[in-house]
Design a protein around this ligand. Structure first.
Ligand SMILES: *Cc1c(COP(=O)(O)O)cnc(C)c1O
Length: 429
């Protein structure tokens, strides 16, 4: 069956025909038949260079052979035990080696679950209720953080979801990214009441927005001063910007770290970790409860450990970042040469062309919201028909994988060049 027919069928049985809202776009999303390396293939016989990459986890590209072999071997020995197993120690050690701020971890099944537990732990540890998040920061789709969240919530214009009781988000305060002054003010106003500041060190769910000089170290200084825990949500940046994530890349240490996506090598995972003093409060040692049937399952753990092992090889993270640098430089040249009004943002292997009306830099959520998302979607469709799969939203980051070649990048830049200047503003229903 073709994508169009499958979409019609899927829409009968699943809201919007999808299992996660960001996957839906008009007139209908392509249905995938298979994927390998930098390419994703649809059931209509077309293939695309993939920069969506499942929204972040596929740092080695699709269907990496070595990860496949490791997972197949594991599956021969069973795929779920409900008991401890040796591989958990291997992955825990890798995390702790690359993240000096982490002494102990707990494995869970998704980034959402990890932030949920991480926030609970911060509240338990500090015996305070309030948290501060960044406007447009996305930490998963659970109640307490679904306030001015990025990702699908932004694309669909419903930053506050229905079904979230006001009481549940009363303790979630917001400050803009790249503004340490306002953070200080909010902390001062809520002295002694704030458990933690949770922040994506590089915003990733309103498109990539890197921190300005000294912003993260200021956030670190201020949170320390107010004795508030600092949680880095590195679900996207972890193992991508550097093996040690944004905290290594920018040299700033949080109290708690949330990992996910890449850490499971393409299989479901979430990890939260930090200093033993804090982590020892987690059950069964301590009084902060957390549990999960599939947590630490040997398949996700094996895929994650193998993926990190590959990333540890000489030059791998550097090459990823280099491909990103090349892409951003080429896109900036296009803007310069064509006079197109846009802004190229990103860092490492994360990039995005923002349809910024005046070409103004994007520093925070408000700036991102100012961009022309209708025009972006139209551009997305043009790129798709030219064989380049970008995420179907102005507010999602484009990712590059280790499977992408210099040729892939060159071809993609050509397609950008051909299409950037004649984007239709027509709304597709
Ligand atoms: C994707 C993401 C999450 C949620 O992870 P899931 O595995 O989708 O639940 C949390 N935080 C950030 C920064 C993310 O990008």
């Amino acid at each position: 069956m073709k994508s169009e027919e499958l979409y019609e069928l899927a829409s009968k049985y699943m809201p919007g025909g999808v299992s996660s809202p960001v996957r839906a776009y008009k007139p209908y999303p392509f249905f995938t038949s298979h994927a390998r390396g930098s390419r994703i293939y649809d059931v209509d016989g077309r293939d695309y260079i993939d920069y969506c990459l499942a929204y972040g986890p596929l740092v080695l590209g699709h269907a990496n052979e070595e990860v496949k072999e490791a997972v197949s071997e594991q599956i021969e020995r069973g795929w779920l035990y409900g008991t401890p197993h040796e591989k958990e120690i291997e992955l825990a050690k890798k995390v702790i080696t690359h993240y000096p701020s982490i002494e102990m971890v707990r494995f869970v099944n998704s980034g959402s679950e990890a932030t949920m537990a991480g926030i609970r732990l911060a509240r338990g540890f500090t015996e305070r209720n309030k948290i501060i998040k960044i406007e447009g920061g996305f930490h998963g789709a659970h109640d307490g953080v679904l306030v001015k969240a990025g990702s699908g919530a932004t694309t669909w214009g419903i930053p506050d979801s229905q079904g979230v009781p006001e009481d549940l988000v009363r303790n979630t305060l917001q400050v803009p990214f790249n503004d340490a002054g306002l953070l200080t003010e909010v902390l001062a106003k809520n002295q002694g009441e704030v458990a933690a500041v949770i922040i994506e060190p590089v915003m990733g769910n309103v498109g990539p927005i890197p921190p300005e000089d000294n912003y993260l170290s200021e956030v670190r200084r201020i949170t320390k001063e107010h004795e508030v825990l600092l949680i880095f949500d590195e679900v996207i940046t972890g193992f991508r910007l550097a093996l040690g994530g944004a905290q290594e890349f920018y040299g700033v240490s949080p109290d708690l770290t949330i990992l996910g996506k890449i850490a499971g090598g393409g299989f479901p995972i979430g990890i939260f970790g930090g200093k033993s003093e804090i982590m020892e409060m987690v059950s069964p040692l301590g009084s902060v409860y957390q549990a999960g049937t599939f947590s630490g399952n040997p398949v996700s753990i094996t895929a994650g450990a193998k993926t990190i092992e590959i990333l540890e090889r000489e030059g791998v993270p550097q090459r990823l970042n280099e491909l990103g640098d090349n892409m951003r430089t080429a896109l900036r040249d296009i803007i310069h040469d064509t006079g197109f009004k846009g802004y190229v943002s990103g860092v490492g292997s994360m990039f995005k062309l923002f349809f910024s009306p005046s070409g103004k830099p994007i520093r925070n959520y408000a700036d991102a919201l100012n961009c022309d998302k209708t025009k972006y979607l139209s551009f997305f469709r043009t790129m798709l028909s030219a064989g380049v799969f970008l995420p179907p939203s102005q507010f999602e980051t484009n990712f590059i994988s280790f499977a992408h070649t210099g040729e892939d990048i060159e071809k993609t830049v050509e397609v950008y060049k051909e299409n950037v200047s004649n984007v239709s503003t027509k709304v597709v229903k």
